[in-house]
Write a protein that binds this ligand. Structure first.
Ligand SMILES: Cc1cc2nc3c(=O)[nH]c(=O)nc-3n(C[C@H](O)[C@H](O)[C@H](O)COP(=O)(O)OP(=O)(O)OC[C@H]3O[C@@H](n4cnc5c(N)ncnc54)[C@H](O)[C@@H]3O)c2cc1C
Length: 484
């Protein structure tokens, strides 16, 4: 089964650091076990004849199933199939696992699909991306991205040695490839990824060629260190149902002179070309589509919990609670509508690949940075102090005070034990370290939301909106207006 193969592939000599120690047996480590079990089950869906069509497609010339994030969509049906695979894995994980590799795989698929247009950037690009795409697809490679440079001094730039030495850069070229040094942050899923998709994010100036790159880096590359944040995993599933199985570990990557073979150097040395690849509409359209489909599952999950909490304490009849629960429903509808719009308005790129409309997807991603914090705020307002009025462990229901527990924790419509379980689930979302991480994730995973919205404004054809205004004023002021 692919899930078991995935787990056993992870003990490959990679250097993972957690709490000052190197992790030796990742599938068995308490920080990763629950999450890896979740991923194992998702991977195994592709081997189950009753499930595999929901998440995969038959690779025509190979005769085996691959995840649909590798499917290049030329028709609306194929685009719908990609959506279905994202929805399926998201629903299985309640939208809580955003980097199940289907995002990074979609980016690789997009670059592969657009390889003929992108050949102008580098004559070897098409061959390199084709061979990597096929290897990733046929070997079920788990991928993640790491693009942001370390947060040292955001007011400074590459002319400052403190920055240039620490941002990822090439220290030498050899006949085998390039040797890189520096760091990247953040890579979600890093400890259990097979390969990192690494690229420079900022718009570097021409003289900073050594910092401009698009690379595929195996996680077990000698010299690469994966430095994990504190683990939020908790094996007590009934007390922390989300932390028990959905802690996607985030990590910083240290590159201590890592050799990247030429075959995996997709671009290097030209900031303009790297930027052109990063901005490729086909890859971004396919990859960002996954982000917003996954987000619907998460909004539905939060909304379901908020409804259940309101019911469990008899609060559904209050007008202000109804208004807030209604607001959660409008969030879901807006994101769903934007996905429908993006898919319906998908247009073929130069190679005939059907690319979801990026402007609707960008709008959904921007709204998500505001919707999720608001959804969590609503959940807090609905359950109020109930979230901290739960016992430390479900075990109290089975101890000497069991009778009192059943008496005092009873809900309006549910048993005491079910109500405590529900509030513990909700707390894992709003108050646990995992919950706090999710709030940060939804605010920032798509980049800085402030600059994201500002870019949306900057890129917009403003005249389409301002010309009617100036024309109206021209009419009312009888031609006395000068428009610059
Ligand atoms: C939980 C989590 C998981 C993540 N996973 C991944 C991942 O898997 N892969 C990946 O590549 N990235 C990942 N990211 C990183 C994410 O892309 C970045 O956090 C995001 O791009 C913001 O960058 P930053 O964190 O470096 O913030 P900074 O850029 O350092 O921003 C800090 C503050 O300064 C402000 N600021 C900084 N520079 C400017 C400027 N020039 N003009 C105006 N304001 C400025 C920002 O608005 C912000 O308020 C993840 C982030 C989080 C929180």
């Amino acid at each position: 089964m692919r899930g078991e193969r995935f787990l056993s592939s992870l003990n490959d000599g990679r250097s993972i650091w957690l709490e000052g120690k190197q992790v030796r047996n990742i599938p068995e480590h308490a920080a990763f076990k629950g999450t890896l079990n979740t991923i194992k089950n998702l991977f195994n869906m592709l081997d189950d004849p009753g499930e595999r069509d929901k998440v995969g497609y038959l690779v025509a010339d190979k005769g085996h199933y691959a995840h649909s994030s590798f499917l290049v969509p030329y028709t609306q049906e194929e685009l719908a199939k990609r959506n279905q695979s994202f929805s399926c894995w998201s629903a299985e994980t309640n939208g809580m696992m955003s980097r199940l590799s289907d995002y990074a795989r979609s980016m690789i698929t997009g670059w592969y699909a657009a390889r003929h247009q992108l050949a102008a950037l580098d004559p070897h690009f098409a061959h390199k991306i084709s061979s990597y795409y096929e290897a990733a697809r046929d070997n079920d490679l788990f991928l993640t991205t790491a693009i942001i440079d370390p947060q040292i001094d955001r007011s400074s730039d590459l002319d400052d040695k403190r920055i240039s030495e620490r941002f990822l850069h090439v220290v030498r070229e050899t006949s085998e490839g390039i040797v890189v040094r520096g760091a990247k942050m953040i890579a979600t899923g890093a400890p259990y990824t097979h390969d990192f998709v690494i690229f420079s994010f900022l718009q570097f100036q021409t003289q900073h060629q050594k910092h401009a790159h698009v690379l595929i880096v195996p996680a077990n590359s000698p010299g690469l260190h994966i430095v994990c944040r504190e683990s939020f995993a908790d094996e007590r599933e009934r007390n922390h149902p989300l932390s028990a199985k959905y802690d996607e570990m985030d990590a910083v990557l240290f590159f201590d002179d890592v050799l990247i073979p030429w075959e995996r150097v997709l671009l290097y040395g030209d900031p303009e070309k790297v930027l052109a690849l990063r901005a490729n509409q086909t890859a971004n359209g396919l990859a960002f589509h996954q982000n917003v489909v996954r987000f619907v599952a998460k909004l539905e999950f939060v909304t379901g919990i908020a409804f259940a909490v309101a019911e469990s304490i008899g609060a559904t009849g209050f007008l202000h609670i109804q208004e807030k629960l209604g607001e959660l429903l409008t969030q879901i509808d807006v994101i769903k509508a934007l996905i429908i719009a993006a898919e319906t308005k998908a247009v073929p790129d130069e190679s005939g690949v059907l690319v979801p409309d990026l402007s609707y997807i960008e709008t959904a991603r921007s709204l998500g940075t505001k919707y999720y914090p608001r959804a969590i705020e609503i959940l807090q307002q609905v359950g109020a102090g109930g979230f901290v009025q739960t016992p430390s462990g479900i075990e109290d229901f089975y101890g000497p005070i069991s009778e009192l527990m059943h008496l005092y924790f009873e809900g309006a419509s549910v048993s005491a034990e079910k109500k405590v379980e529900l509030f513990k689930l909700a707390w894992d979302l709003i108050g646990s370290p995992l919950g706090a991480r999710h709030l940060l994730y939804e605010r920032f995973y798509a980049g800085d939301p402030i600059r994201g919205l500002a870019n949306q404004y900057n890129r917009f054809d403003k005249k389409s909106l301002t010309n009617p205004i100036w024309n109206l004023l021209k009419e009312t002021s009888k031609g006395g207006l000068t428009v610059i």
